[in-house]
Write a protein that binds this ligand. Structure first.
Ligand SMILES: [Zn+2]
Length: 96
């Protein structure tokens, strides 16, 4: 998921802002707090077979991760932009 170089609405430069590992960190934390209790609850409530667990939880984890990550990354980039964390990189771009 690549960040657009500039905002489609206002033209603000965004491509120089690097969120690095923060979006995956928050995504893992949020998805983990949904999936792990769901696994424990389902085991307590129905005791499904191992193959049922294997069929449900990895797919749900992947789906939630792919669904949440772009929005969490957008939120992190918004906070970094609002805090002016990358103003120096805008003035003195790092060679790619
Ligand atoms: Zn904008």
């Amino acid at each position: 998921m690549t960040v657009e170089d500039e905002c489609a609405v206002c033209g603000e430069e965004l491509g120089h802002i690097r969120a690095d590992d923060i979006p995956p960190y928050f995504t893992i934390m949020i998805v983990g707090h949904i999936v792990v209790p769901a696994v424990m609850w389902s085991e307590q409530a129905w005791s499904p077979s191992l193959w049922t667990h294997v069929a449900i939880w990895p797919a749900l984890t992947l789906a939630l991760t792919l669904a949440f990550l772009p929005f969490i990354k957008g939120g992190v980039l918004g906070v970094l932009w609002a805090l002016k964390m990358f103003e120096d990189e805008k003035r003195y771009p790092v060679a790619k």
